[in-house]
Design a protein around this ligand. Structure first.
Ligand code: ARG
Length: 636
C-alpha cells in the first residue's frame, strides 16, 4: 500500500516538472474522474491557466477540504507568478464556475487552493444515491461505451490451476464487473493453454495407457488425476528417446487434424474443463468464455507471413524471429521474439499476435473479429516483457488500429505466511479446491461458534451458505485489497479476521447497518424474526437530509466520492482502491453512528435523515462488494 502511495506521488511530481503547453491534455491531469472532472475543467479553462496544467487532487487531509489545487508546484513557475498570487488568480476564476457544488475556495500555505463541498450539494447528492432503487446509487452509465476484451484466468490444459491463475481469475473478474457496471461492453475471454508441443507427449501417453481416449466418440473417458497423468507423460518424454520421437510426431499429427490425435486432445481438454469449472463455480465466475490458444491456430501462418512481408521477421538458426528496438539480452545482444520454431511449430507469442489482430483489427462481420477498443491481459508480472514485446510488434506490424489500447495488468506473487514459496506443509503445491474449501471451513467454524446461542433454525440452516460467502469472500478480498503489483502473503488468520480491511469486517459492517435500518423502519426485530430472509429488507424511501453533526458531513463527503473511485479503477485497473474506499466508508459510518443515534434521534425528521444516510452507506458497501464479486447478506 505504502509502495503504491509513493508511486503515485512520484507520478504527480514528474507531471509537475513537465510544464509543456499541452494544457488540459488528459495525460497531464491527475484525475479525470467525475467530480474531479468538473473541477479540472474549471481550473483548466481559467485564463491564463488554460495553457498550463492546473492539477486538482483529492485533499491529503480533511482540514484542507475535499480537493486541492497546488499552484506553487510548477504552475506558478510556468506563469512567472508568485505562488500566492497565482492561487489568488485561480480563485477569482474558479469561484463562479464551481459555486454550485463548492464553498468559497480558500487559499492556504504557499499557494494551495482548498476546495470544499457545500453541505447543500452533499445532502442532495447523497439523498439521490439513497433514492436510486436500481442499486446504481445515481451513477449514470458512461456516455462513450467501449468494447473491452478482458483476457484472464487462462489456466493450462492437463496442468494444475495454480494460485497465479487464482489471482488472475479474481482480479480479472472484478475488473470485468467494474467495467460492465460503468457501462462498457465487456467480453471475458479465457485464453486457455490448450495448444502446443506438450500435447504430443500427452497424446502418445494416452495411446498406451488409455487407448479408448483416442476413439472419436461422445463418451467421456475418465483419465484420473490429470496432474499424475502429466507427470507420467513428462517422465517418459524425458527418459525415453523413442517416446520423444513419437511425441514429436504426435504434435504434427494433432496439428494436421488427424482424428485419433484430435480425439485424445479433446478428451484432455474436456477432463481439464471439468476441474476448472469446479473452481469457477466456487468463485461464482460467470460469463467467462473459453477461447483457448487453439482457437487462433488457423491465423498463425498468416501472422508469420505478414511479419515476413513487412520485413519484421527474419530467419535465425532455422527459426523465424522478430527483433525489436529496446529489447536485449543481459549481454547486450538483441533479444529475439521467436514466432516460428525450426520444426515449423508456432509459439506463445505468435498466438498472442494473432489474438491481438482478431480482437482489435479484424472486422466483426466478415472476419469474425471483436474490434475491441481496449484489451486487458491479467497475468503475473513475470509475463510483462512478453506482453511489451508482443504489443510493440503488433503495433509495428499494423495488427492493431491506432486508437485501440492494449494493456497488460500485471500482478505479484502469492507467498506463504513466512514470505517463502506458497506450498503445503509437506512442500507440495496447494490445490486451489483445498485452499478455497479450507477458507469456507474456517468461516463456518467461526460463524457457528459466534452463533452458538442462536436457536433460530432457519438461520442455522443457512450457515453453510453464509460460510461460503464469507470464506470465499475473504480469499477474494485479501487478494484484491493489496496493490496487485506487490507480492502478498497468504494468511487465513488475517483474511478471516473480523478486524481490519477484510471481507468479514466489511460483511459485518453491512449486516450491522441492515440491522439498524430494519429496526428503524419498523421491520421485524432481530430476535424473533424469520431469519430465513437473508435479503428481505425493504429499504425505506430517501428522506431530506438534515445535518446535525460534523460526522454526518464527513460521511457524506466520503460517500459522494464513489464515482471518482469507480472511474479511477476503470482507468487505472487497481481494485485495491475499492477496498481502501470501502474501509474508509465503514470507518466514517462508525464515527457517525457513534455520535448520532438513528433510532433514538431527537426528532422524526432527524431519524428519517439518518436512516437515509444508512441506506446510502449500505448501498455503497453492497455495490462495491458486489463489484469485487462478493455477495452480501443482511445478517451474519
Ligand atoms: N496460459 C498462460 C499461463 O498460464 C496465461 C495466458 C495469458 N493470456 C495470454 N493471452 N497470453 O501463464
Amino acid at each position: 500500500n505504502k509502495k503504491n502511495k509513493n508511486k503515485n506521488k512520484k507520478k504527480d511530481t514528474s507531471d509537475d516538472d513537465d510544464d509543456d503547453d499541452s494544457g488540459s491534455s488528459s495525460s497531464t491531469i491527475v484525475s479525470d474522474a467525475k467530480q474531479t472532472q468538473l473541477l479540472e475543467q474549471a481550473a483548466a479553462q481559467a485564463q491564463p491557466f488554460s495553457r498550463h496544467q492546473a492539477m486538482v487532487t483529492p485533499a491529503t487531509r480533511s482540514e484542507f477540504g475535499d480537493f486541492q489545487v497546488n499552484a506553487a508546484m510548477g504552475l506558478a513557475q510556468a506563469l512567472q507568478l508568485n505562488p500566492r498570487e497565482c492561487a489568488q488568480q485561480m480563485v477569482e476564476q474558479l469561484r463562479p464556475k464551481i459555486a454550485q457544488i463548492m464553498e468559497e475556495p480558500e487559499i492556504a500555505g504557499p499557494g494551495f487552493v482548498n476546495l470544499r463541498f457545500k453541505p447543500s450539494y452533499l445532502t442532495n447528492a447523497v439523498a439521490a444515491m439513497a433514492n436510486d432503487a436500481s442499486g446504481r446509487l445515481a451513477l449514470p452509465a458512461v456516455a462513450q461505451k467501449q468494447k473491452i476484451v478482458v483476457d484472464y484466468s487462462s489456466p493450462n490444459i492437463a496442468k494444475e490451476m495454480h494460485v497465479g491463475h487464482l489471482r488472475s481469475t479474481i482480479i480479472g473478474d472484478t475488473l470485468c464487473r467494474v467495467l460492465e457496471f460503468v457501462g462498457h461492453d465487456v467480453v471475458r475471454l479465457n485464453h486457455v493453454g490448450d495448444w502446443g508441443t506438450q500435447f504430443g507427449m500427452l497424446v502418445e501417453h494416452l495411446r498406451d495407457e488409455f487407448p479408448e481416449a483416442l476413439q472419436p466418440s461422445q463418451k467421456p473417458v475418465d483419465l484420473g488425476d490429470l496432474v499424475v497423468l502429466y507427470k507420467a507423460a513428462k517422465k517418459r518424454f524425458d527418459e525415453d528417446d523413442d517416446f520423444k520421437i513419437r511425441a514429436r510426431e504426435g504434435v504434427v499429427k494433432l496439428q494436421a487434424g488427424q482424428p485419433e490425435e484430435l480425439a485424445a486432445w479433446e478428451t484432455l481438454c474436456a477432463a481439464s474443463r471439468v476441474e476448472f469449472e469446479k473452481i469457477y463455480r466456487m468463485l461464482n465466475i460467470q460469463g467467462l468464455q473459453e477461447r483457448g490458444e487453439s482457437f487462433y491456430n488457423p491465423y498463425l501462418k498468416d501472422v508469420v507471413d505478414e511479419l515476413k512481408a513487412k520485413g519484421m521477421a527474419v530467419e535465425s538458426d532455422g527459426a523465424t524471429v522478430v527483433y525489436m528496438e529496446g529489447y536485449t539480452n543481459r549481454d547486450g545482444s538483441p533479444l529475439p521474439m521467436i514466432v516460428q520454431k525450426s520444426d515449423g511449430g508456432f509459439n506463445y507469442a505468435t498466438t498472442d499476435l494473432a489474438a491481438i489482430r482478431q480482437r482489435t483489427l479484424l472486422s466483426a462481420s466478415e472476419e469474425g473479429g471483436e474490434q475491441a477498443d481496449r484489451v486487458l491481459y491479467v497475468t503475473d508480472a513475470g509475463q510483462s516483457q512478453h506482453f511489451q514485446m508482443v504489443f510493440q510488434a503488433a503495433k509495428q506490424a499494423g495488427f492493431v488500429p491506432t486508437n485501440a489500447r492494449l494493456e497488460h495488468v500485471p500482478f505479484g506473487l502469492v507467498q506463504g505466511e513466512d514470505g517463502k514459496k506458497f506450498a503445503t506443509r509437506s512442500g507440495e503445491t496447494v490445490k486451489l479446491k483445498d485452499l478455497l474449501n479450507e477458507a469456507v471451513k474456517i468461516a463456518g467454524h467461526d460463524l457457528r461458534s459466534r452463533n452458538a446461542a442462536t436457536t433460530n433454525a432457519s438461520y442455522l440452516e443457512q450457515i453453510d451458505r453464509i460460510a461460503q460467502i464469507v470464506g470465499i469472500g475473504a480469499v477474494k478480498y485479501a487478494d484484491l485489497s493489496m496493490n496487485r503489483e506487490s507480492n502478498y502473503r497468504f494468511s487465513y488468520d488475517r483474511m478471516l479476521s473480523l478486524n481490519g480491511n477484510t471481507a468479514p469486517y466489511m460483511l459485518y459492517s453491512y449486516a450491522r447497518i441492515c440491522g439498524i435500518v430494519r429496526k428503524g423502519s419498523g421491520q421485524t426485530d432481530d430476535d424473533d424474526d424469520d431469519a430465513a430472509a437473508l435479503s428481505s429488507l425493504e429499504w425505506p424511501a430517501a428522506a431530506n437530509i438534515v445535518v446535525s453533526h460534523e460526522t454526518e458531513l464527513e460521511l457524506m463527503r466520503n460517500l459522494v466520492k464513489l464515482p471518482d473511485v469507480v472511474a479511477e479503477v476503470e482507468r487505472d485497473l487497481y481494485p485495491h482502491k475499492i477496498c481502501d474506499y470501502l474501509f474508509e466508508t465503514s470507518q466514517k459510518f462508525n464515527q457517525f453512528y457513534e455520535h448520532c443515534s438513528v433510532n433514538q434521534a431527537e426528532t422524526l425528521e432527524l431519524k428519517a435523515s439518518r436512516l437515509t444516510l444508512c441506506v446510502a452507506t449500505a448501498g455503497t458497501l453492497r455495490l462495491l462488494l458486489n463489484l469485487l464479486g462478493i455477495e452480501v447478506v443482511e445478517r451474519l
